[in-house]
Design a protein around this ligand. Sequence first.
Ligand SMILES: [Zn+2]
Length: 237
Amino acid sequence: MNYEQKFKYGESEINVCVEFGKRKHLSLIVYPDLRVVVRVPLKSQKDKIESIIRKKLRWINNKINYFNELEPIFPPSEFISGETHYFLGKPYQLKIRSSERTEIQIIDDFIEIKLSNTDDKKKIEKMLTKWYKSRARELLYQRTEKYLPVFLKIGAAKPEIKFRKMKSRWGSCSKRNIITLNTELIKAPFYCSDYVVVHELCHLIHLSHCRKFYSLLQNKMPDWKIRKKQLEKIVLR
Ligand SMILES: [Zn+2]
């Protein structure tokens, strides 16, 4: 009986879960993880619920924006010493050092960046982005190699793996068996990025999110829902 309904508000699309239960009044909650849940009395009519939600869309949208701007796990960066940056789910402190040699490496809990002009934030940002990308290419590729064999066994074609920094999605799989992974995934723990890898590998067998797709995913990674939830807390920016 419970259902989900999408509403348009300006540029944004708001997904609302409607849940029926033994209660007298309607309640509307926007959670910090951006879920919107409307709980209604058992005998409520769908069009009535819809019209109440429509009247509240502005409020809902404001709430979503509010939560959205609250302490993202990957905050906007200034690229200065002491700032926290994540790698494989672990926080590291930036250490910017003046040196004739340009290099970047992890030493203990630090990401150490050496360059001649330590005030050149653009250059620091570029170096860091490039470093994340190269780590993603190497390490996420290894993760796909790890999970691929069981999919080849059930008839998947060997995919081409591409990497790209994306703003709105963690991964995708095309009809031509090209899997694209978001290089930003390297900031998350393998526990989370593996979910994206396995999700995309499942698309080699079932292209759409059909029931068979989910039962395959469930079979290959029984705890995928927990991994997905954890990943969703990581804000894409
Ligand atoms: Zn998918």
